[in-house]
Design a binder for this molecule. Structure first.
Ligand code: PBG
Length: 343
């Protein structure tokens, strides 16, 4: 039939003449054929679950802008780690909501071997040694101003911050952290952390660099979750990347790899798929994306209003990261997806 129908009103050419008989819809005709030719897949092995920590016992505090996400006391975090391990989730990333009384100008509490992050790491690794624990060595949960660096006369002091971040990384490794993931974007932090870890005998503790962390509006709900929202004055544009820049992002990755990063991360996620693809193509290193709090909140809010199918949007967004070149994704959806993937 198609051969005699002219598809073009004036040329009279048929569709087969136009396409040269190539019909890309052939393999889309049924579920079985679509499954056969599917290029990318999402599995539980792709998931890293970021969790929020809080002091106390038996505490689960809802985060308003992140429905389904809670701040967990250490005992609750251990329970969730057990659940995650049973689901096959490879690793957790912990973020502490530090008591306000412990936050100061330099974020000194980050150096306390028994701070909230380190206590959680010890408890999780003792109860669930088979799950990977990733800890952030950035200062922002610990500073009274919510910045990721030491702030002096309105200026983030790079080198002093790096010294502190590197020392904090060693405390975190001592507590049992498997991967140090510094999210602060200070120059030279990766090399300094590598030196400090090696000098302390932690040669096998890896570094996941938040190599391309953009100054972004999508971090809002996270700041509510760790309690920096009310504290933070100004923005983070003097240390996070300008979200207009892609070449500069590649320079950040190159530098972090030269300094010894084992894995790289792009953050936020979905608005930066071009950066992920470029990073994977140019460096061919283990590449991760952080689907951040604002991305989670957007999907949840639209789903709660009945405007989108939340579950499908969640899966589509996560598969998009795989298509873009990610080896894995930090996502607040991790346990929900893992349960779905388990059927
Ligand atoms: C800061 C940090 C941020 C996130 C994790 N660590 C951003 C910020 O507060 O500026 C964001 C995570 C998210 O939005 O889910 N070092």
């Amino acid at each position: 039939m198609n051969r005699i129908l002219s598809a073009h009103p004036t040329s009279g050419r048929s569709v087969d003449e136009i396409t040269g008989s190539r019909r890309l819809r052939r393999m889309r005709k049924a579920d079985w054929s679509r499954r056969l030719v599917q290029e990318n897949h999402l599995t539980v092995n792709d998931l890293i679950w970021p969790i929020f920590l809080i002091e106390g016992e038996n505490r689960r505090e809802a985060v308003a802008a992140m429905p389904g996400v809670f701040r967990l006391s250490v005992d609750e975090a251990v329970r969730e780690a057990e659940r995650a391990a049973k689901l096959g989730i490879p690793a957790l990333a912990t973020f502490p909501n530090v008591d306000l009384s412990l936050r100061d100008q330099t974020g000194s509490e980050i150096l306390n071997p028994d701070n909230l992050i380190n206590r959680a790491t010890r408890a999780i690794k003792a109860a669930v040694p088979e799950i990977g624990v990733i800890t952030d060595a950035a200062l922002d949960p610990f500073t009274s101003h919510g910045h990721d660096g030491i702030l002096r006369d309105g200026v983030i002091v790079n080198d002093e911050t790096v010294t502190q971040v590197a020392a904090a990384a060693v405390r975190q490794a001592e507590a049992g952290s498997d991967i140090i993931a510094p999210s602060d974007m200070m120059d030279g932090r990766i090399g300094a952390i590598r030196d400090a870890l090696d000098a302390a005998g932690f040669n096998d503790v890896a570094i996941m660099s938040y190599a391309t962390k953009f100054a972004s509006a999508f971090y809002g709900p996270y700041r509510e979750a760790i309690g920096t929202q009310g504290l933070l004055k100004g923005d983070k544009k003097t240390y996070y990347l300008d979200h207009a820049n892609s070449d500069e992002a590649m320079r950040e990755i190159e530098q972090d790899l030269d300094e010894g990063a084992d894995m790289i991360m792009v953050k936020p996620g979905l608005p930066y798929l071009d950066i992920i693809r470029r990073a994977k193509d140019e460096f061919a290193m283990p590449t991760f994306a952080y689907q951040v709090s604002g991305e989670y909140a957007m999907i949840e809010a639209a789903a709660a209003n009945g405007w989108i199918d939340g579950e499908k949007a969640m899966l589509e967004s996560l598969l998009a990261f795989k298509r873009a070149g990610c080896d894995g994704i930090l996502t607040y959806f991790a346990p929900r997806v893992a349960e779905m993937l388990r059927g």
